[in-house]
Design a binder for this molecule. Structure first.
Ligand code: HSE
Length: 414
């Protein structure tokens, strides 16, 4: 029986989930794969907080560096988050030829190119399934199952915290901050949660998905990102009355060689499956030119779901090491091209929902039409206008004349 000796850096929500999963199912995994996962060391600055897990003596240490240099540790799991010290540790491990498993989407979005190249130069791998979609193996599905496809579009609900907040605002009418506090208690939210609610966590994940779909590291500057901060219950109840739900949607499309990337709250029809993705669940809809539409669904955040994805990567990395794979496809697929071409955010076409808290609907329609934005319906009782498709830059120009108005994307998946 082969062993993989694991060093985990970061013993927070996900780190504890990984250890719990290996303690519970390690023997089962060994039976399935012929490789026994062994948690050799865990490093965290806080080695006193009770994580509800019993560990053998001497496993916990505050010294992360000692794990990286330990010849008896085969693989590093980076779960500290952030992009500074996590980058240093990851680079050091890769330079020693040690595979790294990470759930750190911010690290990949900001430093992915450097990390993939370092892994390639040192004949090892970086594995990051847990960085996108929590427990859903969507990257593996895209990388392996859909490898024969050109990806036409990807629609995703990629942030468990925001989806949990939106679901409970709609169902229970509770205030945003109260639900956010619950999401923090449940271990869904980032610390601080601004990355979640301002759409940046979703943008980090969209960047990784797009990099994999189109074969080059995508910079964060290519994503136009908005979050759900300040979203009012009025928009949620209006959307409901109009036959929609509001979701924080990431949209990735390829058209004539240009890639469109956006993250924003959007009204989605209740008749579309994506509107039924609730609570901390995530879903990713990937359309390939051969396969057509596919959908991946599961828990997008939390201790055990994310731990499950990390363990999947540990076992893949272990098998790659055993079979001397060298640089795995999780690295090579991100480095096929040097760069990509992106659609400027002002050129993104969309439909919109516009609410005028006060003001003259008739005058507003005239302003929109003057800018060439077609109006599809006017909902007087809500003071809402639904538009046809127009460019984002056109909406921005029209909104400057409309004054105090709320605007959200309306996505019909046409
Ligand atoms: N804060 C993230 C979320 C964790 O809520 O989706 C999982 O990436």
């Amino acid at each position: 029986m082969n062993e993989i000796r694991i060093g985990i850096i970061g013993f927070g929500t996900v780190g504890a989930g990984v250890v719990e999963g290996i303690q519970k199912n390690g023997a089962w995994m060994a039976g399935r794969t012929g490789i026994t996962p062994v948690v050799a060391k865990i490093a965290d600055l806080d080695i006193t907080t009770d994580r509800g897990i019993t560990l053998p003596e001497g496993i916990l240490t505050p010294d992360a560096q000692s794990l990286i240099s330990d010849e008896n540790i085969d693989l590093i799991v980076e779960l500290i988050g952030g992009t500074t010290i996590a980058r240093t540790f990851t680079l050091e491990a890769l330079k020693r030829g040690k595979p790294v498993v990470t759930a750190n989407k911010a690290l990949l979005a900001d430093h992915g190119e450097e990390l993939y190249k370092t892994a390639r130069e040192h004949g090892t791998g970086i594995y990051y399934e847990a960085a996108v979609g929590g427990g859903i193996p969507v990257l593996r599905a895209q990388r392996e199952g859909l490898v024969g496809n050109r990806i036409e579009n990807i629609y995703g609900i990629l942030n468990g915290t925001c989806n949990y907040i939106l679901t409970r605002m709609e169902r229970e009418g509770l205030p945003f901050d109260e639900i956010l506090a619950d999401a923090q208690k449940l271990g869904y939210a980032e610390t601080p949660p601004d990355l979640d609610i301002d759409g940046l966590d979703t943008a980090h994940k969209a960047v990784v998905l797009a990099s994999m779909a189109y074969g080059a590291p995508v910079p964060m500057s290519a994503v136009s990102a908005k979050g759900i901060r300040g979203l009012s219950g009025e928009e949620i109840s209006n959307a409901d009355a109009l036959g929609y739900r509001i979701k924080l949607l990431s949209i990735i499309k390829e058209n004539a060689g240009k890639i469109e990337l956006s993250v924003e709250p959007a009204l989605v029809p209740k008749t579309h499956m994506i509107s039924s993705v609730n609570d901390s669940f995530n879903a990713v809809f990937v359309k390939g030119d051969m396969v057509g539409d596919t959908m991946y669904y599961g828990r997008g955040a939390g201790r055990l779901p994310t731990g499950s994805a990390v363990i999947g990567d540990i076992m893949e990395a272990a098998a790659d090491k055993l079979h001397n794979v060298g640089t795995p496809s999780s690295v090579t697929i991100m480095l096929q091209k040097d760069s990509l071409s992106y659609l400027p955010s002002g050129d993104i076409e969309k439909r919109c929902y516009i609410r005028l808290p006060q003001g003259d609907l008739k005058a507003a329609v005239e302003i929109l039409e003057k800018h060439g934005i077609g109006v599809s319906s006017v909902e007087k009782s809500m003071s809402v206008i639904l538009t046809h498709r127009a460019k984002e830059s056109t909406f921005v120009a029209a909104m400057a004349e409309l004054g105090d108005a709320v605007r959200l994307r309306l996505e019909n998946f046409e």
